[in-house]
Design a protein around this ligand. Structure first.
Ligand code: 5RP
Ligand code: CO
Length: 222
C-alpha cells in the first residue's frame, strides 16, 4: 500500500537570500527537501550542514536531506543531529547502508536511501527492510530544472512491487523533473512522495501549485 501523496518541494533553486519567505511560500507542503551537493559525488556544489540547520530552524515542516555527497557514512549522521526528519544518502556513496540506517534511527531520524538513474534496484533490495524511504532519482542528480526521465517509470513500478512483496511500508520518493505534466505517471507507477523544485518555485502561487500537485498525485495512486 502506498502512503498518502506527499509533496516535498526542493529549495535548490529558491531565493536563498530570503530563505524564511521562500519557506512560507510552501507552508502547505508535507516537507522541505534540502539538496546537499559536494562537487564530488555530483558536478555541482550547493550547501551543507549550516544551511540544513538554518532550514530546520526556519520552518515547522519536516526537513528531508538529500545527500549527494561522497563519504555518506561519515557525514549523514550530522544531518540527523541537526534535526532533519529524513536523511537520504545515496547507495553509491555508502559502504555500509545497514549500519548507517541504524545509526540514523539511533539519532532519531528516518533513514532514506537514494539511487542514481543507472543504479539497479538490486543495489537496495536486501536492505529495504532497514529503510523508511527509497528515493528513485528521475534525473541525473546535480541540478534542478532538468527533464523527467520517462525510462524510470518501470523502475518505480518494480520498486513499488519490491516494497509490497516484502510487506514493508517504505515511502517511495521520486525526485527530478516532477511537475503537473509528469506527476500523474509517477503516482500511477507507485511513487507516493514527490520532490518538485522548479515546478513549485517558478509558480506565481507556490501554495496553489503544491495543492494542485498533491491532488493530481492522489487521483492517480492505487
Ligand atoms: O536532487 C535534485 C537534483 O539533483 C533536486 O531535488 C531536483 O532536481 C529538484 O529540482 P527539479 O524539480 O527542478 O528537478
Ligand atoms: Co533532491
Amino acid at each position: 500500500m502506498s502512503h498518502p501523496a506527499s509533496i516535498t518541494p526542493s529549495i535548490l533553486n529558491c531565493d536563498v537570500a530570503h530563505l524564511a519567505t521562500e519557506l512560507e511560500r510552501i507552508a502547505n507542503a508535507d516537507g522541505v527537501h534540502v539538496d546537499v551537493m559536494d562537487n564530488h559525488f555530483v558536478p555541482n556544489l550547493s550547501w551543507g550542514l549550516p544551511v540544513a540547520e538554518a532550514v530546520v530552524r526556519s520552518t515547522r515542516l519536516p526537513v528531508d536531506a538529500h545527500l549527494m555527497i561522497e563519504a555518506a557514512d561519515r557525514w549523514a549522521p550530522a544531518y540527523a543531529e541537526a534535526g532533519c526528519q529524513v536523511v537520504t544518502p545515496h547507495v553509491e556513496a555508502t559502504q555500509a547502508p545497514v549500519r548507517l540506517a541504524r545509526e540514523l534511527h539511533r539519532l532519531g531520524a528516518q533513514a532514506g536511501l537514494a539511487l542514481r538513474p543507472a543504479t539497479p534496484l538490486e543495489a537496495v533490495e536486501s536492505v529495504l527492510g532497514e529503510l523508511d524511504l527509497l528515493l528513485v532519482m528521475t534525473v541525473e542528480p546535480g541540478f534542478g530544472g532538468q527533464q523527467f526521465i520517462e525510462a524510470m517509470l518501470p523502475k518505480i513500478k518494480r520498486a513499488r512491487n519490491l516494497i509490497s512483496e516484502q510487506n514493508l511500508s517504505v515511502r517511495l520518493q521520486v525526485d527530478g523533473g516532477v511537475s503537473r505534466q509528469t506527476i500523474e505517471r509517477a503516482a500511477e507507477a507507485g511513487a507516493d512522495t514527490f520532490v518538485a523544485g522548479s515546478a513549485v518555485y517558478r509558480a506565481d502561487d507556490a501554495l496553489a501549485e503544491v495543492q494542485a500537485l498533491r491532488e493530481l498525485a492522489s487521483a492517480h495512486q492505487h
